[in-house]
Design a binder for this molecule. Structure first.
Ligand SMILES: *[C@@H]1O[C@H](CO)[C@@H](O)[C@H](O)[C@H]1NC(C)=O
Ligand SMILES: *[C@@H]1O[C@H](CO)[C@@H](O)[C@H](O)[C@H]1NC(C)=O
Ligand SMILES: *[C@@H]1O[C@H](CO)[C@@H](O)[C@H](O)[C@H]1NC(C)=O
Ligand SMILES: *[C@@H]1O[C@H](CO)[C@@H](O)[C@H](O)[C@H]1NC(C)=O
Ligand SMILES: *[C@@H]1O[C@H](CO)[C@@H](O)[C@H](O)[C@H]1NC(C)=O
Ligand SMILES: *[C@@H]1O[C@H](CO)[C@@H](O)[C@H](O)[C@H]1NC(C)=O
Length: 508
């Protein structure tokens, strides 16, 4: 090559790679999801029922500091304020683009009961008073984000609360005195109540709901060979009627930390009728196959007694001549069949179904107890399986079925011909001896990344070109509170999380 051609050539290459740089960066950041989850407005409606129960319980435990005060000769103490009844009739939970969930409670009423101590000159009075807050409005907005580990988190919560009016119900002879008391106590109570509602919701919103989200598996062991990576690829995308989450959806074998590049099509969810949709692409399954392959899990040995009798008779007859030629002394030695995938099986998803192609090597040998093994044949096997994907509880399962099967010799066409009579019995061996073992493994399934206590019902699996979608309804197998309390970060600091419970002066 003429030396002068080198310079411009290299320059051109540099220029070219510089031009490609932005494209490469874009390709890295906009990673293709292997798994996608959509929660629809209908799903959110179910969450609302659970959420409302939860908020009610939180507000019932609201704590309001004691009030002490003095007006001329009138001294009063208000203590032990507690909520006796809540009415949260008008509430709604809805999506708020781009990243938020909004929870509104309108015109609620909160009934309170507290202890009074009054001193007016020498008159001393102790007892309980009932009061109620009417027209309580609470607006809470949760911001959903992806954290550093790729987990869904509530990253911010904004809350505003207002109490339209406060009423104190008094009866009896001292009504006038109490009414005098109420003129400055009720505005103070209203102010305090107003100020305690948001803190009472912020704690569960940020800490407890995040503890619930922590139950969603991000990097999770599937079995002794592989784990799955369900880290988010981006912040959630919220529209008016959907919440979409893009997950990596990649299997890896333990100890491996490399990311397999996703060149498959991205799953697409267009539907919004069901409560939840999960879509997984070919990449999801292929990464599983690749991880099992790398973990060395795709091989199997069938030795001696394990070889079905009729197959053994047939194999011995087929290889009789070679056995005699190789080593007549070990003619009765046990047979050993070793089946091993020669490359990671490949998955194809089409509207007609999901298929897996497997290429494997089948080695047949004699395994005498006190002699080295004698190989009789090494054949190539191609199989095509169909996979029926389903969901149980919260696990994605697959039922495999052997569809096509072919063995041939890599050595010669002649040997392939000789192997022909073995096709059917080997296929039977695969069907009866190996498929059940594979299905036992795939039956356990892979968990779908949803919080604990939430399960799928009435799921429908649909095949598309390159991906599968599962549409389902949700139900809570456990109450939100039950799960949250199980994963409580620390014993809840209910009273102490509020500012000093001691004295607060009444503010009109
Ligand atoms: C608010 O609730 C009260 C009863 O608690 C009711 O009388 C009133 O009409 C309600 N207001 C609105 C705007 O719904
Ligand atoms: C209010 O409480 C304080 C401290 O607990 C007490 O000293 C005071 O006497 C109480 N006042 C009345 C009117 O009971
Ligand atoms: C206050 O409310 C309680 C129920 O929480 C009730 O038993 C009691 O009679 C009420 N007292 C007054 C004075 O209304
Ligand atoms: C939360 O959101 C509010 C309002 O958008 C903002 O003022 C505040 O700084 C945010 N807090 C955090 C920790 O991001
Ligand atoms: C992957 O693991 C190897 C050693 O096991 C380590 O050297 C490397 O930094 C890891 N890479 C990443 C991206 O974590
Ligand atoms: C099968 O036999 C071939 C040829 O002898 C050999 O290269 C290969 O390692 C064998 N595979 C297994 C799993 O024993």
């Amino acid at each position: 090559m003429p030396s002068h051609a080198k310079g411009p050539g290299r320059r051109a290459m540099v220029a070219c790679s510089l031009l490609m740089l932005p494209w490469l960066v874009a390709a890295v950041t906009a990673a293709v999801p292997g798994c996608k989850i959509r929660i629809t407005a209908k799903g959110l409606e179910l969450v609302k029922q659970e959420g409302l129960r939860f908020v009610e319980q939180e507000l019932e435990h609201i704590s309001i500091p004691d009030l002490h005060g003095k007006e001329g000769q009138f001294h009063y103490n208000i203590s032990g304020v507690r909520v006796t009844e809540l009415q949260l009739a008008l509430s709604n939970l809805h999506f708020q683009p781009q990243q938020h969930l909004a929870f509104n409670i309108k015109n609620a009423s909160i009934s309170l009961r507290f202890r009074r101590q009054l001193l007016y000159w020498f008159f001393y009075d102790v007892g309980f008073i009932n009061a109620s807050a009417e027209g309580v409005n609470i607006r809470t907005v949760l911001k959903l984000s992806m954290d550093k580990a790729g987990r869904l988190k509530i990253s911010n919560i904004t809350c505003s609360a207002s109490v339209a009016k406060m009423q104190t119900a008094f009866t009896g002879t001292l009504r006038k005195v109490y009414e005098f008391l109420s003129t400055f106590v009720t505005p103070g109570l209203r102010f305090l109540l107003n100020r305690q509602i948001c803190p009472a919701l912020n704690y569960p919103g940020l800490v407890q709901l995040n503890a619930l989200l922590d139950t969603v598996p991000v990097r999770n062991q599937v079995d002794e060979y592989v784990s799955i990576d369900y880290s988010l690829l981006s912040d959630p995308i919220v529209s008016l009627d959907t919440l979409d989450l893009d997950f990596k959806g990649m299997f890896y074998h333990h100890g491996s930390n490399e990311t397999q590049v996703n060149q498959a099509v991205a799953p697409v969810i267009k539907e919004t009728e069901r409560m939840v949709y999960v879509a997984v692409s070919e990449y999801f399954f292929n990464s599983a196959m690749d991880a099992y392959f790398r973990a060395g899990a795709l091989s199997m040995e069938i030795v001696g007694e394990e070889v079905p009798k009729d197959l053994e008779v047939l194999l011995r007859a087929t290889f009789f001549a070679s056995i005699l030629m190789l080593s007549p002394a070990v003619v009765d030695a046990p047979l050993k069949l070793v089946l091993q995938a020669s490359s990671p099986p490949a998955c194809t998803i089409r509207p007609s179904g999901t298929f897996v192609s497997v290429n494997a090597i089948l080695n047949i040998s004699l395994a005498p107890t006190d002699h080295p093994e004698i190989q009789l044949s090494s054949m190539t096997m191609e199989a095509k399986l169909s996979a029926k994907v389903s969901v149980r509880g919260k696990a994605l399962q697959a039922q495999l079925d052997l569809r096509r099967f072919r063995i041939y010799s890599k050595q010669s066409a002649l040997e392939s011909l000789a192997l022909f009579p073995l096709q059917t019995p080997l296929k039977t061996l695969l069907q009866l001896g190996i498929m059940p073992i594979l299905n036992e493994r795939t039956k356990k399934g892979v968990p779908i990344p949803l919080p604990e206590g939430m399960d799928f019902t009435k799921e429908v699996v649909t095949s598309h070109a390159g991906f599968l979608t599962v549409g389902a309804d949700l139900h809570f197998s456990k109450g939100l509170r039950e799960v949250i309390e199980k994963y409580q970060p620390d014993p809840r600091p209910r009273a102490s999380r509020l500012q000093s419970p001691g004295t607060a002066t009444a503010v009109p």
